[in-house]
Design a protein around this ligand. Structure first.
Ligand code: HAM
Length: 423
């Protein structure tokens, strides 16, 4: 039996990969406009990093990590997300001491979670994410949200919904925590084993449980919004004020708790509102994580960021029937007839490519008709035809595939004259 691809992963081939490249290029372009610099961190890290950051009561850590012992006996984990690694690098390279503050970083690459695969949920997926470290100004919360929205809109998405919440500061969260424990304790026996464990350790995770989310107690559970202290309330109001100033519509969802433990204050998700989009509608998630840098061993530093997956981005484009305009065709296909012309075409191709033209030729000894067919398939703008006679006469025929017009060029001035033809 042949070997097949692992469940929850995919091969991205020509025809689709161009969409990925376009989204990735747009993301880089926007990061340049907003001044986020790329960081590339390893695909695996010490497991401890994710226990400390994502949190040991989360589904990600408890059920979804690809963790293994390496040959040196260390516990290693394939990264399930990018924030932890970015913060680790921030601390390790003492970026808190850099002159330019806040430190604004972005990353793009594969993440790994052992989840049940379904539409929009993969075991290997590619996240694009940004992190702004070193500022507690609510204006940067609005900037982070607006960059995500800008990217979706730049590629044509219209049916977007932004949902925000505040998880408050430490004091607010502690008050909420106590209220949750008191609320759930009398009936915790009705909840799953994980939730029973979460009650004392991290009761907010109960609100996020995939198994118990329909339990009747969930609906009227104490909401964090009612436990925000003055400072947290003010912060949240300022974020809303800036979003309004940026003309970014939003909804407040007091039940939005996010699936990772490091959040406080602003939490947000961007969902697709498109009809027919699968049941997983979250395209992008993020929030503030003041305290995480300290947890990883750095000085007190506020931070905020988001991540989105390219897989769900593409699914949202499909749900809105948006065709990305991909530059598909090549500039020139060289048809060579006869051995000498074929030999010469090797350098012709090189000349074209060196001058910045995409070019292709036949490598299968096909007849002229089949070579023209190949040129058609590649959507060539021009076909350059070189036969033995032309070669001797220092000529080459170039046919425009759009108009059918043929032009004879001097072979030794091919590139210059081809460039004029292209203008
Ligand atoms: P997250 O909500 O776990 O947050 O993931 C962010 C995004 O990654 C999701 O909204 C979704 O687009 C995508 N995603 C997650 N899991 C999958 C999957 N199995 N298949 C396809 N796409 C997936 C984080 O990862 C945080 N690190 C975000 C963040 C950055 N917060 C602050 N800074």
């Amino acid at each position: 039996m042949s070997i097949q691809i692992p469940r929850g992963t995919q091969d991205i081939r020509s025809g689709d990969v161009e969409k990925w490249q376009l989204i990735e290029a747009k993301a880089r372009e926007l990061c340049d406009l907003y001044q986020y610099k790329e960081i590339r961190t390893p695909i695996f890290e010490h497991t401890e990093l994710f226990l400390r950051s994502v949190g040991d009561t989360t589904d990600i850590v408890q059920k979804e990590m690809y963790t293994f012992e390496d040959r040196g006996g260390r516990s290693i984990t394939l990264r399930p997300e990018g924030t932890a690694s970015t913060v680790r690098a921030f601390v390790e390279h003492k970026m808190f001491g850099e002159a330019n503050q806040p430190v604004k970083l972005y990353y793009m690459g594969p993440m790994f979670r052992y989840e049940r695969p379904q539409a929009g949920r993969f075991r290997q997926f590619v996240q694009f994410g940004i992190e702004a470290l070193g500022s507690a100004d609510p204006a940067i919360d609005a900037e982070v949200i607006s960059l995500a929205r800008h990217l979706y809109q730049a590629l044509g998405l219209k049916k977007l919904k932004l949902v925000i919440n505040s998880l408050g500061d430490k004091e607010s969260r502690n008050a909420h925590r106590e209220a949750l424990i008191e609320y759930f304790r009398p009936r915790i026996g009705e909840f799953c084993h994980d939730c029973q464990n979460r009650l004392e350790k991290n009761p907010m995770r109960i609100l996020d449980c995939k198994k118990d989310h329909n339990h009747e107690l969930m609906k009227s559970a104490p909401s964090i919004i009612d436990y925000l202290n003055e400072e947290s309330k003010n912060y949240f109001e300022k974020v809303q004020k800036y979003l309004t100033a940026l003309n970014i519509p939003f909804e407040i969802d007091p039940n939005l708790v996010r699936g990772l433990d490091y959040y406080n204050h602003t939490a947000f998700e961007i969902m697709s509102d498109a009809e027919g989009f699968g049941s997983i509608t979250t395209l992008c998630g993020g929030g503030r994580y003041n305290g995480l840098v300290e947890e990883i061993g750095g000085p007190e530093t506020p931070g905020i960021g988001f991540a989105l997956s390219i897989e769900r981005f593409i699914a949202a484009l499909e749900a809105e029937s948006i065709e990305l305009s991909l530059n598909k065709g090549i500039d020139c296909y060289v048809v060579a007839l006869g051995d000498e012309a074929k030999d010469y075409s090797v350098s012709l191709l090189q000349q074209l490519r060196s001058a910045g033209y995409s070019a292709e030729r036949d490598y299968l000894n096909r007849k002229i008709k089949a070579q023209f067919k190949a040129a058609d398939r590649l959507q060539a703008s021009y076909v350059a035809i070189l036969g033995e006679d032309e070669l001797k006469a220092n000529k080459i025929n170039v046919k425009s595939m759009k108009t059918g017009e043929q032009t004879e060029l001097e072979l030794d001035q091919f590139i210059d004259q081809f460039t004029l033809l292209n203008k």
